[in-house]
Design a protein around this ligand. Structure first.
Ligand SMILES: [Zn+2]
Length: 161
C-alpha cells in the first residue's frame, strides 16, 4: 500500500505547476505571411518555458503567454510580463534567429520584481539561449573588457564560468 502512496505522491509532484504545460496565444494578424515563423516560435516557448523554470528553480510564472509578431521597422523583440513581441523586419531579415524567442521566454519566467541589475537579468537570458539552447560552449562567449568585466551583460555575463 505504501508503495502506491509514493507513486501517487510522485504523480502529484510531477503535475505541480512548473511542469504544467504553457499555452501560447499567437497573434500574427499584422503580418500573416510570418505565420510559420510564429508557429515555430510558439512551439519553442511551449517546450522551453518549463525547462527554463527548472534551470532557474522558479515555481510560479505565467502559463498563458501572448506572442505577437508586430509589423515594425525597428527593434528586435521584448518581453513584458506574460507578453512577448517580435518586430517583423527582424524576422524578415534574420528568419534563422528564432533562438531570440528562448531569450525572451527567460524574461517571462524570470518575472523579477525589478529589472536591475540588468546585466544579471540579460546575462542569464543569454546563457540559457546560447549555451543551453544553441549549445554554444562557454569558450564561445566573449570575454568582457577590463572596464565592466562580467557586468557587461548579455553574452559576456552569460559565458562567465
Ligand atoms: Zn533581454
Amino acid at each position: 500500500m505504501k508503495k502506491y502512496l509514493y507513486l501517487i505522491l510522485i504523480f502529484i509532484i510531477s503535475c505541480h505547476k512548473p511542469y504544467e504545460s504553457v499555452s501560447v496565444n499567437l497573434n500574427v494578424s499584422q503580418v500573416p505571411q510570418l505565420e510559420n515563423w510564429g508557429i515555430q516560435a510558439k512551439n519553442l516557448i511551449t517546450i522551453w518555458c518549463p525547462r527554463i523554470a527548472r534551470v532557474l528553480d522558479v515555481e510560479e510564472y505565467p502559463h498563458n503567454i501572448d506572442l505577437t509578431l508586430q509589423k515594425s521597422d525597428e527593434g528586435i523583440a521584448y518581453a513584458d510580463s506574460n507578453a512577448i513581441t517580435v518586430s517583423s523586419h527582424w524576422i524578415e531579415k534574420y528568419p534563422g534567429d528564432i533562438g531570440l524567442i528562448v531569450h525572451e521566454a527567460v524574461h517571462v519566467v524570470q518575472l523579477y520584481p525589478e529589472f536591475d541589475p540588468g546585466w544579471v537579468t540579460e546575462g542569464i537570458a543569454d546563457y540559457i539561449r546560447w549555451h543551453l539552447y544553441e549549445k554554444k560552449p562557454l569558450e564561445w562567449f566573449p570575454i568582457g573588457g577590463e572596464e565592466k568585466g562580467y557586468e557587461a551583460a548579455y553574452r559576456i555575463t552569460g559565458g562567465v564560468e
